[in-house]
Design a binder for this molecule. Sequence first.
Ligand code: KG4
Ligand code: ZN
Length: 358
Amino acid sequence: MIILAVETSCDETAIALVETKRNNSSNFKILSNIISSQVKIHAKYGGVHPFLAQREHQKNLPLVLKKALKEAKFASDQTKIDLIAVTMGPGLEPCLWKGINFAKDLAKKFNLPLVPINHIEAHFFANWLAPAKLEPKKVFPAIFLLVSGGHTQLILAKNFENYRILGETRDDAAGECFDKVARILGLGYPGGPAIENEASRLKISNLQFQIKLPRPMLHQKNYDFSFSGLKTAVLYHFKRQSPKTQKSKDYIGEMAKEIQQAVIDVLIKKTFFAAQNYKIKTITLGGGVASNKELRKQFKEKIKEEKNKVKLLIPPPKYCTDNAVMVGIAGFFRFSKDKKKMKKKIEAKANLKISSGL
Ligand code: KG4
Ligand code: ZN
């Protein structure tokens, strides 16, 4: 089965072609994966500008489709595709509509079923690309930590389409926190990769400033997060420094390392707390922040330390950030499970929750 997937929920225009054998639901072949990023356009605003983003999607979608078909060596009037999947939410509504309308036109043109996908569920399904391939039945029940620019959620995935949000951020998402802190430190947008880069330059033995940030909600016995206070703590610390220190590579590096560690500490603690309290088989990660090397390393160390039977799945870094491959995989599972749902009216839902179904 070949799925064409479309993703436009934020600032990446993405189309992918994914192939899977109908009965082998754990093995996906990526025929093409095209992402047109708008990062440069939004960088000057320090975040995504919805109007500009939807205009770019409109412009990019036909070009991205052409590239995706070419990369997969498909003709433009091809007949090999079996299904079209498109993100319907959550995300920026004008952006979602661009992808949905584009996918609807394609479905009509090729006379194919169209399946709506929840973007958060798609991030979860990116775990089917993790190197340690698992049979779906060995994955569930799972804890899914979604850490992106718009969301930080701990989700109990009991089975396909059976999700419960255990907790989430009460204010900023982890990625948003990195983006805001990077802005304070003058590191540009998106902040996560810039913070990772600055932090990795620094050796622990060279620390001069001894910065200690709080770990918000670390000891609270719940699954919620709060990252906005962390950003404020960085801002106050930064403001107390001399202009020379504020610009110094060492200060910026140390602050980047500490903010990265503060976020990682909280994410690991809460995720393993959830893993202990629910009888689960796997911990899965997803979302842009899950591409952070230090976070991946520390999750792997922690799982080894635990010595229990819980497995850890993390998608390869490039499938943690927004892409259409994950939408295609989610599309396969949704279509296989319930073909009737395909007839439903598809519309953009900016605040769609993973637990509410579609
Ligand atoms: O999942 P994603 O691509 O888009 C959303 O659905 O939000 O996540 C984007 C977020 C941004 O906030 C970005 O700063 C963060 O993920 N991010 C990272 C890294 N790469 C992207 N955060 C930390 N380390 C990274 N390497
Ligand atoms: Zn995302």
